[in-house]
Design a protein around this ligand. Structure first.
Ligand code: NAD
Ligand code: DAU
Length: 357
């Protein structure tokens, strides 16, 4: 079996994973993505002619479409990333989060189980359903301590509650039905191709456009940042070598306050793309109302995946952020198409020959 499914492969992390799998493995990847506002096939432009990347515009909530995909492609496993991923959006409108993250994961689990039950013994044992989840399921930390794989779940936002639900469903499908599942919980990612609603790409694109840089509350909330290519290397490793039933936390040991992040970005932009009149980008910072229920601090203990699978991040916060800023500066077209909405039509123009509906 040489094919795997990746759901959400047109998103930020999913597209980085697909690029890695095509470059550094022999898997053929069936990329299942409904192309929500966050899905962008322009991030996979380089793979348009690649026969090992098969794109299917499909919704994980639609069982028939999933059954058809399993019957056609007969994968050796599934790496599940498709989700609604932005906390602020979940606060303004939780319904889509319940639908995709909970109902969608349930539907995908059932379609997977039906297919898996029909496999021979060796394929059944080797099969993996890998759920890509978040550290936000653990809730919020005080000044000290780290999230481990045994930290009790305590999700606070509609987004994190929906991801916690999906984690529980995945675990139950292993416990009850024996489906070989594995879960990873990762900290905040950043890097190229991230939709400019999340902190780092929003600050870069606003700064370059001379727009305000909105800091929630005092800017002293802490996140633990990981460069996206380090995350997807960990995902490949867990999918290929992780043990069924296990959870692995993934993080970069890069705790920063939001103000530290924004100030570092401003300083990098001052060097690489100075503003006219010698003004500093940091002058664009403004304080805005805090996010309701804003989690104070996240920090991951990534010891288990290091000890058991030999993973460690290659990028420090400084090297990863420098690469990220350089990428956004070198790719103004990608940003312009996202800002104008043109990316929504990119598939019709460029990807139609490789798309199955
Ligand atoms: P993203 O929002 O950039 O991408 C999500 C992708 O899922 C999009 O391409 C979208 O079109 C697709 N999608 C949404 N609903 C779908 C549906 N019903 N059917 C099929 N496809 C659908 O998200 P991301 O930041 O790349 O995150 C990917 C996964 O990783 C998510 O599950 C998220 O919870 C998790 N995660 C993200 C981070 C982070 O910092 N971004 C950290 C830890 C875990
Ligand atoms: O921890 C992993 C999670 O990280 C993922 O599961 C989520 O999918 C991902 O979106 C991310 O969640 P956060 O809420 O931490 O990320 P976001 O980029 O939205 O915000 C990071 C911090 O910056 C947070 O404390 C809120 C703050 N912020 C964010 C935005 C968009 C601001 O101060 N201003 C802003 O404009």
């Amino acid at each position: 079996m040489s094919t795997i499914f990746v759901t959400g492969g047109a998103g930020f992390i999913g597209s980085a994973l697909v690029r890695l799998l095509i470059a550094e493995s022999d898997w053929t990847v069936v990329n299942i993505d409904k192309l929500s506002y966050a899905g962008n096939l322009e991030s996979l432009a380089a793979l348009e002619q690649n026969p090992r990347h098969i794109f299917s515009r499909s919704d994980i909530c639609e069982r028939e479409a999933l059954d058809q995909l399993f019957a056609t492609h007969r994968p050796a496993g599934v790496i599940h990333l498709a989700a609604e991923s932005h906390v602020d959006r979940s606060i303004h409108g939780p319904a889509e989060f319940i639908q995709t993250n909970i109902v969608g994961t349930y539907t995908l689990l059932e379609a997977t189980r039906a297919y898996w039950l029909g496999l021979g013994t060796a394929e059944k044992t080797g099969f993996r359903f890998h759920h890509v989840s978040t550290d936000e399921v653990y809730g919020s930390l005080g000044e000290t301590g780290l999230f481990t794989e045994t930290t009790p779940y305590s999700p606070n936002s509609p987004y994190s509650a929906s991801k916690a639900s999906s984690d529980h469903l995945v675990r139950a499908w292993m416990h009850t039905y024996g489906l070989p599942t594995v879960v990873t919980n990762c900290s905040n990612n950043y890097g190229p191709y991230q939709f400019p609603e999340k902190l780092i790409p929003l600050m870069i694109t606003n700064a370059l456009a001379g727009k305000p840089l909105p800091i929630y509350g005092k800017g002293d909330n802490v996140r633990d940042w990981l460069y996206v290519d380090d995350h997807v290397r960990a995902l490949k490793l867990v999918f290929e070598r992780g043990l069924p039933g296990e959870t692995y936390n993934i993080g970069g040991h890069n705790e920063k306050t939001n103000l530290e992040v924004v100030d570092t970005l401003c300083a990098l932009l001052d060097q690489l793309r100075p503003r006219s009149g010698g003004r500093a980008y940091a002058e664009l910072k403004i304080t805005v109302a805090d996010r309701p229920g804003h989690d104070r601090r996240y920090a991951i203990d990534a010891g288990k995946i290091g000890r058991e699978l030999g993973w460690s991040p290659l990028e420090s916060f400084e090297t990863g952020l420098a690469k990220t800023v350089a990428w956004y500066l070198a790719n103004p077209e990608w940003i312009a198409h996202v800002v104008s909405g043109e990316y929504r039509h990119w598939m019709e123009k460029n990807y139609s020959n490789r798309t199955t509906e």
